[in-house]
Design a protein around this ligand. Structure first.
Ligand SMILES: Nc1nc2c(ncn2[C@@H]2O[C@H](COP(=O)(O)OP(=O)(O)OP(=O)(O)O)[C@@H](O)[C@H]2O)c(=O)[nH]1
Ligand SMILES: [Mg+2]
Length: 324
């Protein structure tokens, strides 16, 4: 309760330590999240996703500025799915957003996990709760669009911004990753580069082909750039930030918020079930040496995965041990 109280008061050190414990999957962290849960659900969570180096952090930095000028407090999570131990991207983010370090209205953290079960999505959800409980009004979640990662953000964010760069074969990437379904706003970044118009046309024609969402929001395509021309960049950020806000208003005014909240709740519950049921079972199997033994059986085709899993499920569910 004490930790939750400190976080509600905006204590940066307690929040940072809790986020680190979440990353390390330390069980005690869960109880603080339980204590905090009631105070969450107030922030506008915005996902900023796109391929490595697309300019996401540069945009996030611009949006932070914009929010601060409007008097809004901001939390930022830079999610690093690649390597829990790497410093590259994380270091870059830290440096890029360093100038906000002394501003108590801004809280920036990088996030990675060491769990072999993935667990990153649960960590992201919990970290968002922490920032939310701290009272951050806008929470920006930067995720690298690697594989499924970018589609995952839809489970956490109210508004999803997809960042694309001209001339990087993004056209193909858009179709592949199922991005069309999750993007509320497309940003064509680094539009100082060649190929902007072509990319714009590609997105437009794909949007025309995909069925319009029931909520009536038509995904916007914005061009932002060049980050090195201050005036142009700031004008682009102004348009983007206003659009992000407009999307939030759209959700609220058209009763669409319910859908997003429901999706988030459903996702969080299934992640929690995984943590409370699957994780202890797997850990038990690892400790007993059974997991390797079972993997060997599957490799040698002596048993199929379903039969083995059913045996484990039968054993554990009967005992009720998994629910502890
Ligand atoms: N030409 C050009 N370069 C840009 C622009 N915006 C950002 N960059 C450069 O692109 C590089 C990557 O920018 P970041 O903002 O770190 O990109 P990111 O998507 O956050 O990168 P990761 O987090 O590593 O995936 C940096 O060297 C930026 O200076 C732009 O508008 N035009
Ligand atoms: Mg970045």
């Amino acid at each position: 309760m004490e930790k939750a109280k400190k976080i509600r008061e905006g204590d940066v050190r307690t929040a940072s330590r809790l986020i680190r414990n979440i990353e390390d999957n330390i069980p005690e962290a869960r109880s603080t999240i339980k204590d905090l849960f009631h105070d969450t659900g107030k922030a506008h969570v915005v996902g900023i996703t796109g391929s490595p180096g697309a300019g996401k952090s540069t945009l996030v930095d611009g949006i932070i500025d914009w929010c601060r000028r409007k008097g809004k407090t901001v939390g930022v999570l830079a999610v690093d799915p690649t390597s829990p131990f790497s410093g590259g991207a994380i270091l870059g983010d830290r440096i890029r957003m360093q100038r906000h370090a002394d501003d108590p209205g801004v809280f920036v953290r990088s996030l990675a996990t060491r769990g072999f079960l993935g667990g990153l999505s649960k960590a992201v959800g919990d970290a968002i709760h922490i920032l939310d409980a701290m009272g951050k009004e806008v929470i920006l979640v930067e995720t690298v669009g690697a594989g499924q990662q970018e589609v995952e953000i839809i489970n956490h964010a109210h508004t999803v911004v997809v960042v694309l760069v001209p001339g990087m074969g993004d056209e193909i990437q858009v179709i592949k990753a199922g991005i069309m379904e999750i993007a509320d706003i497309f940003v064509i970044n680094k539009s100082d580069r060649e190929g902007t118009r072509k990319l714009q046309r590609e997105i437009l024609s794909m949007l025309e082909m995909s069925p319009s969402s029931a909520g009536g929001w038509k995904p916007s395509i914005l061009t932002v750039g060049n980050a090195f021309d201050r005036a142009v960049f700031e004008a682009g950020i102004e348009v983007l930030s206003t659009k992000i806000e407009a999307h939030y208003q759209h959700l609220v005014c058209n009763d669409r918020m319910e859908d997003r909240i429901r999706r988030k709740a459903m996702h969080e519950l299934s992640e929690a079930l995984r943590a409370c049921i699957l994780e202890p079972i797997l850990n038990g199997l690892v400790t007993a040496g059974d997991l390797n033994w079972m993997i060997g059986k599957v490799i040698r085709k002596e048993a199929d995965p379903y039969t083995l899993a059913e045996e484990v499920a039968g054993r554990c569910l009967q005992k009720g041990a998994a629910l502890k």
